[in-house]
Ligand binder design. Structure first.
Ligand code: PLP
Length: 382
């Protein structure tokens, strides 16, 4: 929870705003760094989880790489301290302009998601007399057992190249003198909490990389993506995800060759618990079957509940009255603008400070202009 000094700082600010706990971020990064060194892995931060400049600077300072899904994310990474040689460019729909920019800034590699994309990168690279390193994103058909909107590694998903197409990919790559295929990339989903899923991924990856070795293709790096989940139900107890178990699984079950580099792209697990959306209760309204707390924060500030029914713990920071049940909603003109139904909170009054927890990842980055709302600057606490 928050100490009194922090709550005082919240009181002084116009709500809603994002609060970032930089001390927790540093602790989290130190743990990831420790394990990265222990296993000789290479972690790239998935910038799309939170591309706030201050956060990027904290992360780049420790020498992590960046996993970007747009030209502007590459630009933001370069502007905030990431080394271009540790930047990967992923995404199912890279535009020509973005590919040109990535080649010109000499990023490390493209994670390619289709045969046509490889051909376009070849054309653009040839025209600029550049070489492009690529990894193929392969859809391993492993079920991440997470929400269907954040599952990405099944045959029905739009991401990656299916295994049936791999022979065609190799043929195309051979005809591309400006492309070197050096890696394989996998990312099966997000908010994965069942660690067995990662074991299953390792087993599939081992099979797939054998297929390449049998054909004489050297795979210099394996990229296992991100996806490690966090505990949205216990943000005060599970402040740092279990990176130890996560990395140990890959160390144990992945068939790692001599000289092979193992890459990860972690987003949510690094930043989610470090951010909270702080708002005020505007109105309390008695409904027929329920009472509503209407906040000054809505889906325009935090879209996850409206987008994929995600759970966030909600705390009233300023009331210690007996509990009551509420539907906690935002001010936006959409019925999906609801942060939680039947939420138990201390009896809440107009003006109380309400924290929506674990909102550091996929929160501020998804802020929208809908309803032309004010956007207040975040509060960083060291
Ligand atoms: C979103 C994404 C990630 C990060 O996922 P998290 O669940 O936030 O760790 C990693 N790699 C790719 C390709 C992604 O699209």
């Amino acid at each position: 929870m928050f100490d009194l000094a922090t709550i005082e700082k919240f009181r002084e600010k116009e709500t809603p705003f994002y609060h970032y706990d930089l001390e927790l971020l540093r602790e989290t990064l130190a743990e990831v760094k420790r394990l990265e060194q222990k296993y000789d892995f290479e972690v790239h931060y998935a910038v799309k989880a939170n591309s706030n400049a201050r956060i990027l600077k904290e992360i780049s300072r420790l020498g992590f790489g960046a996993d970007c899904v747009s030209g502007n994310e590459i630009k933001a990474s370069l502007e905030n301290g990431f080394d271009s040689h540790k930047i990967l460019f992923a995404g199912v729909g890279k535009s020509d302009k973005e590919i040109r920019y990535a080649l010109d800034t000499e990023i490390s590699a493209f994670n390619c998601e289709s045969i046509q994309e490889i051909q376009v990168i070849e054309q653009i690279a040839a025209a600029r007399n550049k070489q492009a390193e690529i990894a193929i994103r392969i859809n391993p058909n492993v079920d991440a057992k997470t929400h269907k909107y954040i599952t990405t590694g099944l045959d029905e998903n739009k991401f990656g190249v299916n295994q049936a197409e791999l022979s065609n990919v190799l043929e195309v790559v051979e005809q591309c003198p400006n492309i070197q295929l050096t890696g394989l990339h996998f990312h099966i989903g997000s908010q994965i909490t069942d660690m067995n899923v990662f074991k299953g991924l390792c087993i599939r990856v081992n099979e797939i990389q054998h297929w390449f070795f049998d054909r004489g293709v050297q795979i210099k790096h394996l990229n296992l993506g991100g996806g490690l989940g966090i505990d949205y139900a216990n943000p005060d107890v599970c402040r740092i995800p279990d990176f130890e178990t996560y990395f140990a699984i890959f160390s144990e079950f992945l068939d790692i060759r001599h000289d092979q580099k193992i890459h990860f792209e972690l987003g949510r697990s690094i930043i989610a618990q470090c951010g909270n959306l702080i708002s005020r209760a505007l109105y309390i309204k008695n409904g027929i079957n329920t009472n509503f707390v209407i906040l000054d924060a809505g889906m325009t500030e935090l879209m996850r509940p409206a987008l994929y029914q995600s759970y966030h713990q909600i705390d009233n920071l300023t009331s210690c009255k007996p509990d009551n049940n509420y539907d906690v909603v935002g001010p936006i003109c959409e019925s999906s603008d609801c942060f939680g139904k039947g939420v138990k909170l201390p009896t809440t009054e107009r003006g109380d400070l309400i924290a929506i927890r674990s909102a550091g990842a996929y929160g501020e980055v998804m802020t929208s202009k809908y309803n032309l709302r004010d956007q207040n600057p975040p509060l960083y606490i060291e």
